[in-house]
Design a binder for this molecule. Structure first.
Ligand code: PMV
Length: 328
């Protein structure tokens, strides 16, 4: 076995993954499309730990909470089993942005972990195989294996072997600007796993979500290939608002927004009236991610930074593939 270090970026979905057809394998009902986010990264170091009885997990320098450590250990088991290894592992995870607040830190975490753990177990996996492995940790992690613009194909097979992400355009195909407006630091109330389960079983709008999702995917895919910010932005906003409508209509309801979330939406719409080409999307949390042409990014970030309730803004753009940085 080896000691391996890998890095992966977060991603933001423009057409969302919202609803699992298989809870254990993280198999989605629909496809989804995302942009991998440069600079919002997680690094994972995975090393054999023969002297330890069990795995150890450090997150940003501190022992991981029990539930997180368990989730990561279960993921390590999947890779170990595949490599016929049993050795406990020492894992160190460092994330450069607020964890579990709706910037999909689980995506960069499990993508980086998939790459590092496979290398630590001396498994040579293709990007498609890594995407499938990462998906088992967290669905959206399947997309963070690739850089640029990425589509996760939902697949049909019950073992998940055809449910993986694939790049549709490279990062330099279209240098999109991304601004993340942080409206709330700290953990969200209901995680995406519970949120999706409630949406599937308890929201009367879930069937409408399924019936209309393919059109959004087509519009967004076509818009990305044509570098058409208006087409992508309007379809992404529509898809995001539908996802939140499904969530709000669940029993009990899922409220992911804070008052400042709505204030940012309002400001984005005003900025459009003032001539900027910016569009919002929101995941299962209160932060707002805004896309715009890269040369408008600073102006958009400055305007959103002044919205009452916005703590700070993060700037990003399409980022690179998950990468193995070191093996020894
Ligand atoms: O990968 P998960 O289980 O954290 O789910 C992510 C769900 C959304 O962020 C809301 C949508 C998406 O496609 O990333």
């Amino acid at each position: 076995m080896s000691c391996a270090l890998a890095r992966a970026c977060a991603n933001v979905a423009l057409a969302k993954y919202w609803g699992k057809r298989d809870d254990k394998l993280n198999l989605p009902y629909t496809g989804s499309l995302s942009v991998t986010l440069a600079g919002l990264t997680t690094t994972a170091r995975v090393a054999p730990a023969a002297r330890q009885a069990v795995d150890s997990v450090l997150m940003n320098g501190a022992a991981a909470p029990h539930q997180e450590a368990q989730r990561i250990s279960t993921f390590l088991d999947l890779v170990r089993q595949r490599a016929s290894r049993r050795m406990p592992l020492a894992v160190e995870i460092d994330t450069s942005f607020p964890v579990a607040a709706g910037i999909a830190s689980s995506a960069s975490t499990f993508a980086a972990l998939a790459v590092a753990t496979a290398a630590a177990c001396d498994l040579a996996l293709s990007p498609t195989e890594l995407s499938i492995v990462a998906r088992l940790g967290s669905g959206s992690a399947a997309r963070s294996i690739h850089g640029g613009y990425v589509e996760w194909l939902p697949g049909e097979i019950s073992d998940g072997s055809d449910s993986f992400a694939t790049p549709i355009a490279s990062a330099d195909h279209w240098p999109l600007g991304v601004v993340v407006a942080i409206t709330h630091e700290g953990k969200k109330d209901v995680g995406s796993r519970e949120g999706m389960a409630r949406a599937v079983k308890q929201s009367p709008f879930f069937s409408a979500w399924l019936a209309s999702h393919e059109d959004d995917l087509d519009d967004i895919r076509r818009g990305i290939l044509a570098r058409d910010i208006e087409a992508v932005g309007l379809a992404a906003e529509h898809n995001c608002l539908k996802m939140h409508a499904v969530a709000l209509a669940a029993k009990p309801p899922l409220f992911y927004w804070k008052p400042a979330t709505l204030a940012v939406i309002e400001r984005v719409r005003q900025l459009r009236d003032e001539g900027l080409s910016c569009y919002f999307t929101i995941d299962a949390g209160p932060q707002v991610k805004v896309i715009c042409p890269i040369d408008q990014r600073d102006e958009v970030a400055a305007a959103l930074g002044r919205v009452p309730g916005v703590h700070r803004t993060l700037l990003s753009e399409p980022g690179p593939d998950a990468e193995l940085l070191e093996v020894k």
